[in-house]
Design a protein around this ligand. Sequence first.
Ligand SMILES: Nc1ncnc2c1ncn2[C@@H]1O[C@H](COP(=O)(O)OP(=O)(O)OP(=O)(O)O)[C@@H](O)[C@H]1O
Length: 448
Amino acid sequence: MGAIGGDEMAQWDNADGGEVANGAAGKLEKILVSVRLRPLSDKEVARGDPSEWECISDTTVIARSAFPDRPTAPTAYSFDRVFRSDCDTKEVYEQGAKEVALSVVSGINSSIFAYGQTSSGKTYTMTGITECTVSDIYDYIGRHEERAFVLKFSAIEIYNEVVRDLLSSENTSLRLWDDAEKGTYVENLKEVILRDWNHLKELISVCEAQRRTGETYLNENSSRSHQILKLTIESSAREFLGKDKSTTLAASVNFVDLAGSERASQALSAGARLKEGCHINRSLLTLGTVIRKLSKVRNGHIPYRDSKLTRILQPSLGGNARTAIICTMSPARSYMEQSRNTLLFASCAKEVVTNAQVNVVMSDKALVKHLQRELARLESELRCPATYSSLESLVREKDNHIRKMEKEIKELKAQRDLAQSRLQDLLQVVGDNHVSKQELYLRCAPAM
Ligand SMILES: Nc1ncnc2c1ncn2[C@@H]1O[C@H](COP(=O)(O)OP(=O)(O)OP(=O)(O)O)[C@@H](O)[C@H]1O
């Protein structure tokens, strides 16, 4: 990876043809955070659970009454955007995710997260956001025939701290590795090159079918794992394809549908569901700690390594990526405390800063050319005696210069010692005989 090249830079604009991409310097920006209220569910309505939360503007959500256990806690919370329960997912996408997600076509990594308690609408929201993003990406590709695109797709779930490939029918646990260049990556993860949008739709359905879900008291179809769908887009200007100048922009967009936090007492969970709930809550707790620490200090210790989720998502949390988080909430009074926790998470998240860069990869051909040139230069240096002899004469010249300087230093030191001993003599004379200033001057003058 490196800075975007001059010729290619001129060819490349941002998703809407406006600003020029910002090169390798990166851009510091805060995570875009929005909150989405879902409508009361049938269950909530049936048990007479009233709607407690209200969006009083496009950016502020308030609790209508004080929190039962914390009467002095704030009841108003502001974010980049809040969405009422009657907003459709398209609107949430347009205002809460689109700009960040589509950075991927300009070579900038991006991540869209859904965070919230169980049954608050994360999967509902992320499914729609993924579809809208992919639709816009294919639309963009259709409008930019001057570039050749390659799209790759991979998908994992993290279930009870085990990473699994959602595109593989083998139920094996995948290991995480750290690489100086790639960062943390999943070993042996399948990455499929996409033929078209229908191909991607098929693969997403495979993931849906493979993902661990289970019925809980709070959600008939509750996701019991964290799911990360990753779409990688590589593109090169057709004009430079196969030429030395050709470089490739490469970036990924992650769609992260987290498992929901839950209270065992409210989820009425036991056995396997309870164990899952404990793992889910533990990894979400680490995510919360990471976000809280990042919101305060950037250079202290951040416990990314305490969970697989935060290890994998490290670049999206304060690294080389643009990130948007959509926090989902039930408006029901009975979940007031959980909703407040979601809003506290969202409040910390909006202080976190990421540093996204345009990712440029040299084409294989350009890389091979560069290496061939370097090899040829080294070979010629080895073969050519003239080059050797010129190096030898340079070393000889430097040696002579050093010897000359050492001699000068020696002479200067001798002069200094002589001057010091004369001074000693004179000071003695001054002390003994009160010599006149004139005489002192004459005696101090260096010998010519
Ligand atoms: N904005 C919305 N409008 C209408 N229905 C919604 C909305 N959000 C969620 N729902 C419905 O609420 C139910 C729970 O939603 P969903 O499964 O997306 O929650 P979740 O947060 O992913 O839950 P879990 O963490 O348990 O997997 C689903 O039946 C879904 O269709």
